[in-house]
Design a protein around this ligand. Structure first.
Ligand code: HEC
Length: 104
């Protein structure tokens, strides 16, 4: 009985963490990324709109999939006008931003 209760608590807790990190991700995204990336329109700012990442493809489609790995790679390495965030964000911040970006 205790075991089941603990498991259920763990499950609820991990959902709460996932929701919390998507919300932190939104606030962080607004601070660090929204200057260059639109999220609700197709408008191109300094970078392409990231609207539609949840559909699985990057906006400037060269056919790359909008996976966690590919988004994280871009955040870490930047390039072509995208800043290098490797040392500017913690692992937790990057995870939160990427999780949020994948809801766009
Ligand atoms: C100073 C402007 C600027 C900021 C700030 C910025 N980006 Fe970018 N970003 C760009 C540009 C420009 C590109 C296009 C680069 C390219 O074509 O390779 C880009 C590309 C991307 C791509 C790849 C899109 C594609 O189609 O391949 C992703 C994902 C991305 N940015 C996410 C982010 C995230 C997340 C943040 C915040 C941590 C962020 N960017 C902050 C300018 C910016």
């Amino acid at each position: 009985m205790i075991g089941t209760g603990m498991m259920r608590l763990g499950f609820v807790f991990s959902i709460a963490v996932a929701i919390a990190s998507a919300q932190d991700g939104k606030a962080l995204f607004e601070k660090k990324c929204s200057f260059c990336h639109a999220t609700t329109t197709d408008e191109r700012k300094l970078g392409p709109s990231l609207k539609g990442l949840k559909n699985g493809t990057m906006p400037d489609a060269i056919g790359r999939a909008a996976t966690r790995e590919n988004i994280l790679l871009k955040v870490n390495d930047g390039g072509n006008g995208m800043p290098v965030f490797r040392d500017l964000l913690t692992k937790e911040e990057k995870d939160a931003i990427v999780a949020y970006a994948m809801t766009l």
